[in-house]
Design a protein around this ligand. Structure first.
Ligand code: CA
Length: 522
């Protein structure tokens, strides 16, 4: 397409997308209870990267129950998070609005729970709403008929929780407990004459990756394949990639690596735990590893514990699917699995998330809806957590309010991707310098390229995702990419206008300056 044609086309596309959203007002009175209205079961985890899901081609583990959802429904190859960090991703899902609009752009903030959210709208429209597990938005959940949530991050064992405003205490493994609570609500607590939207959200597999008792010894004696980029030196990228503090080599601590005593466990749990790790830790101490061998050992310890946590998640998803099968609910329940952002499992030498680079940008997303989503479908459409709220509303027959910034994925789920579906995606991250010293950045990604800008460094990066899918070498400034760079810069400006991104990019969205890292002068 010639440049002018393309520009014209992009403008038309933008106008169409805006028009489609703007004409959708809130609906009128709540429809009468209709048992045929679909239910939604949204199963969500924290920090589950696609590399650890076999439906996405994992080379390191098997997730049969997540795979089952994908096989019986649709798998998304490009579900991109708008801001790759826990709380903000959740706030975007609740509101269908970017972080700078919903006001929750970094962890540690308090979500404005008086604002419009999709559960509130569905509740007004005759749905029962319930939420279990990790909420992580500081302010208490609103818009739910029933909730029982972890406090902050929540522990892996024996979690205190808040049930409809009251503090309660549980004993056991948190992933199992969250599923128990979800099943108990489905069986005993809900009004069976009403459709429901149920969010079952795990802490796992978030740091510090404490496996459940059942999986403590899984993968013992095995060697998990290493990613190709485990020993990346970031030489092909700018200053930001070199300044981060999220390496397997230097930044996993003794607690992460299970080399120190774990807190919060009962005597009985500790006994099982110590039995599992004592011999492994003794072997490690005797080996006296150094250099690359030590990095390799840390990778194995870290990734095995991570996968053990994922094993519990997958087993518990199986329990939920079984319940839906046993009760006949499966037929009219949309089951969705996703995680709040992607994750590094040793790629580029890292753990953690935050970056607009692929591993953290990519959320897993699979969805099953018998009779509506055809089995074994896949899509490359650029979708996002920004689209979840309008999609949930659309599935339930409720029009999305015009101020939601995402678009309903329902046509895509039905196998009919609209011709005007987005061709480019906007990303922005602010949480700097803590934790992990990942520089604030934003950018645009298309099916083939990614342009990133770091305002505090005044640096750009450009990746050719076809030629360099691992994003090892920025081609920004390469004359061969002159035209695509100019086009992407223009597209980035268009997206910033469309999403009402604040003009200044070197401060937080509310205008406050970023804190100066403690070891650096102003
Ligand atoms: Ca997370």
């Amino acid at each position: 397409m010639r440049k002018m044609d393309r520009l014209h086309f992009m403008r038309q596309l933008g106008a169409l997308a805006f028009g489609a959203i703007a004409t959708n007002g809130l609906t009128g009175p709540a429809p009468a209870a209709d048992p045929k209205r679909p239910n939604i079961l949204f199963i969500f985890t924290d920090d589950h990267g696609r590399q650890a899901i076999s439906a996405y081609g994992s080379k390191i583990n098997k997730t049969p129950n997540i795979d089952r959802i994908a096989q019986e429904g649709m798998l998304f190859n490009n579900c991109l998070v708008t801001n790759a960090i826990c709380g903000p991703s959740r706030a975007v899902i609740q509101t269908g609005k970017h972080s700078h609009i919903n006001g929750f752009w970094k962890n540690g903030q308090q979500f404005d729970n008086t604002q419009q959210t999709f559960p509130k709208i569905l509740r007004e429209n005759g749905y029962q709403t319930a939420m279990f597990g990790k909420w992580h938005l500081a302010a208490l959940p609103t818009g739910f008929d029933h909730y029982e949530v972890l406090i902050g991050q929540g522990p892996y064992y024996n979690p205190p929780m808040i049930r409809n405003g009251e503090r309660v205490k549980h004993t056991g493994y948190t992933t199992d407990i969250i599923t128990d609570l979800t099943l108990d609500w489905l069986e005993h607590k809900r009004d069976k004459n009403k459709p429901f939207v149920l969010m079952s959200q795990h802490k796992a597999p978030h740091r510090n990756w404490q496996p459940g008792p059942k999986y403590l010894n899984k993968y013992d004696g095995e060697t998990i394949p290493e990613p190709d980029t485990l020993f990346d030196d970031w030489s092909g990228r700018g200053a930001a990639a070199k300044e981060q503090t999220m390496t397997i080599e230097h930044h996993l601590n003794a607690h992460d690596l299970k080399l120190s005593k774990q807190g919060g466990l009962t005597e009985e749990q500790l006994e099982i735990w110590d039995k599992a790790y004592a011999a492994k830790n003794k072997a490690f101490e005797e080996a006296n590893l150094e250099g690359d061998d030590l990095i390799r050992w840390k990778y194995q310890r870290y990734v095995k514990d991570y996968l053990r946590c994922v094993d519990s998640v997958d087993e518990n998803i199986g329990r939920l699917l079984q319940y839906l099968d046993d009760t006949g609910l499966a037929e009219n329940t949309v089951v969705i699995y996703s995680s709040d952002q992607g994750w590094y499992l040793g790629e580029h030498g890292w753990y953690d998330k935050r970056w607009m680079y692929e591993e953290s940008l990519q959320m897993p997303l699979v969805a099953r809806w018998p009779g509506v989503i055809k089995p074994e479908l896949q899509t490359d459409a650029l979708v996002s957590n920004l689209d979840f709220a309008p999609t949930f509303l659309d599935i339930c027959g409720v029009k999305a309010p015009g101020d939601m910034q995402g678009k309903s994925m329902l046509p895509i789920l039905k196998g009919q991707t609209p011709k005007d579906w987005r061709k480019s995606f906007f990303y922005q991250y602010w949480e700097y310098p803590d934790s992990h010293r990942v520089h604030p950045h934003y950018g645009v990604r298309t099916q083939t390229h990614k342009l990133i800008y770091y305002p505090l460094l005044k640096e750009w990066e450009l990746f050719d995702l076809i030629e360099d899918p691992d994003e090892l070498k920025s081609v920004y400034g390469d004359p061969a990419y002159c035209k695509i760079t100019a086009d992407l810069k223009q597209e980035l400006e268009r997206l910033k206008k469309q999403y009402q991104v604040p003009e200044r990019d070197d401060v937080y969205p509310d205008g406050r300056a970023f804190p100066i890292p403690k070891d650096r002068k102003a």
